[in-house]
Design a protein around this ligand. Structure first.
Ligand SMILES: [Cu+2]
Length: 153
């Protein structure tokens, strides 16, 4: 559905990387949320608060073109599986990171649309390869928790 290979990052892949500081900057938090790809988008979980999130591409990025996506935060209804959108405390930021080379990309713009809903735009990957989209909840500039989604550009 997404037109490119989305690689789901598991804890097994991420945890050994803690030995290499470039993979885990001091402010990144040490927990990574679980990610599931579903027909209606990518689902992940912020690991500290247990907040569920859904990422839906509006425009898929390429190595030449920026993209944008919608983020919704809340809790999944246990019966229907639908995300019940809720207000989230703190600020949401998105960081693009290339772990194999230890660098990021240009800043992603994040705007709040409504309760629990955000748009990330200017999503641009400066080179082809394996990247992470790090969705972070911050307070006062400090990362409280993040979910990491891996993709190949
Ligand atoms: Cu690179």
């Amino acid at each position: 559905m997404f037109g490119k290979t989305l690689v789901l990052l598991s804890l097994l892949i991420v945890l050994p990387a803690c030995a290499e500081p470039r993979y885990a900057p001091a402010d990144s938090g040490d927990k990574v949320g679980r990610v599931d790809a579903t027909v209606d988008g990518l689902r992940a979980e912020l690991p500290v608060s247990g907040t569920d999130l859904v990422l839906v591409w509006e425009t898929e990025p390429t190595d030449e073109r920026e993209g944008s996506f919608l983020l919704k935060f809340g809790h999944r209804d246990p019966v229907s599986g639908e995300l019940v959108v809720e207000e989230i405390e703190g600020e949401i930021s998105v960081v693009l990171w290339m772990p194999s080379m230890g660098h990021g990309s240009s800043p992603v713009k994040v705007e709040r649309l409504s309760v629990g809903a955000y748009r990330a735009s200017d999503v641009f990957f400066v080179m082809p390869g394996d990247w992470e989209i790090r969705i972070q909840r911050r307070s006062g500039g400090r990362v409280l928790e993040q979910a990491t989604l891996a993709l190949r550009i």
